[in-house]
Design a protein around this ligand. Structure first.
Ligand code: DGY
Length: 382
């Protein structure tokens, strides 16, 4: 029997209720856990929802706060690791993880993952279409960095390496719970580290396509995901020098499906408010760091101390810049953090203004082709 885990923080209670109900109603599900990022009103509210869902469904629904397990900012990683540590003490056959804020979560997510697990896949990752200006950390940081670092393996091919939606076998959960590298990653970097750790295990892996896409609240200014960007950059950087996933592991994926038309026109973030972040509050130290970006990129970047400028940050310039960041970035250093965030904004804004206006299909093809080029260039891109 299976367990479903939802890490949550301050999600819309109606969305959380629906998601707990969906999970608790599935025949294959024995227990549902919701793990809170912090104690307080949100936890109490979900505890009450959990009791009601348990009464109606007859399933075991537990709502509890995460423990402090890792070494970095206490965040989603502590939540997932708390669930992994607890699950390792039980004998669940399978464990599903889902972000609690998915607004189109339904039985097909659980059924799709269970069907692949029935076929012998120990890791089932959900992949789904996203708006052309959503997933900007995935497209601009995680997938390019995995392509440069683990060229020729399955890692650059995974659609959602930051996806919090996956199924793992009980055995994989026990192995993750015992892995100190995974346990120490308490912040937004957890998804990257779990993606790597499960790939390197070499267990059979499947990508299940949710063709309706993952619907969730989108962003105002990209400042809202600044911490996520910095922590995901640090996480992928922490993989440098680690072993490659084995080449012959069993891997399969659902074929691509048509993308819903309404998703194609969703705007992922507020361009005007995001552009304003390029010029705000440069320090002398940040300017000094920017001067060591290779080639003529640094002079273009420094224009932003006075006027927003991002057109120059095309896929090639970003490859050089990201490779430089992977070698030098320091999480926790405010000047490095400010510069890395701004450089990523330049890349996202450049892509948004040059490729997105040509239409959804063009934009996604362009992004996929850029990943292939980063993979061909490998780590020697600078
Ligand atoms: C990503 O890039 O995938 C993050 O979820 C932010 O959208």
């Amino acid at each position: 029997m299976s367990l479903v885990v939802f890490p949550f923080k301050h999600e819309d209670p109606a969305v959380v209720r629906r998601n707990l109900e969906v999970a608790a109603q599935q025949g294959s599900i024995e227990a549902v856990w919701a793990v809170a990022a912090e104690v307080g009103a949100s936890l109490e509210q979900v505890e009450a929802i959990g009791r009601e869902v348990a009464d109606v469904s007859g399933r075991a629904v537990s709502v509890f706060p995460q423990e402090r397990l890792g070494d970095l900012r206490p965040g989603k990683g502590d939540g997932m690791n708390t669930a992994l540590a607890m699950a390792a003490e039980h004998d669940f056959e399978r464990i599903h993880f889902y972000d609690a804020d998915i607004t189109n979560f339904d039985a097909s997510w659980i059924e799709g993952a269970e069907a692949a697990a029935d076929d012998g896949y120990e890791i089932v990752r959900h992949r789904f279409p996203r708006a052309a200006t959503d997933a900007m950390i995935t497209w601009m940081v995680t997938r390019p960095a995995l392509a440069m670092t683990f060229s020729g393996t399955i890692l650059p091919r995974l659609g959602q390496p930051l996806g919090g939606e996956l199924l793992i076998s009980g055995g994989v959960a026990k192995a993750l719970a015992a892995d100190g590298f995974v346990r120490s990653r308490s912040d937004w970097g957890i998804d990257t580290v779990i993606t790597y750790a499960t790939a390197v295990m070499g267990a059979p892996m499947y990508e299940h396509n949710v063709s309706t896409g993952k619907r969730h609240a989108l962003y105002g200014s990209l400042d809202e995901i600044r911490d996520m960007l910095l922590e995901c950059l640090d996480a992928v950087r922490s993989l440098a020098g680690k072993p490659f996933p084995p080449p012959h592991a069993r891997f399969a994926a659902d074929p691509p499906a048509a993308v819903p038309e309404d998703l194609k026109s969703v705007i992922g973030y507020d361009v005007e408010r995001t552009t304003a972040l390029l010029v705000a509050d440069w320090t002398d130290e940040e300017s000094d760091l920017a001067r060591s970006i290779p080639g003529d990129i640094s002079s273009h970047v420094l224009v932003n101390r006075d006027t927003p400028s991002f057109e120059f940050m095309d896929a090639a310039a970003w490859g050089v810049t990201l490779s430089w960041l992977l070698g030098s970035f320091r999480l926790g250093d405010s000047n490095w953090e400010s510069l890395a965030f701004r450089l990523w904004l330049m890349r996202v804004l450049s892509y948004t203004s040059s490729e997105v206006p040509k239409g959804y299909d063009n934009a996604i093809t362009y992004l996929e082709e850029a990943i292939l080029r980063y993979e061909q260039a490998g780590p020697a891109i600078v």
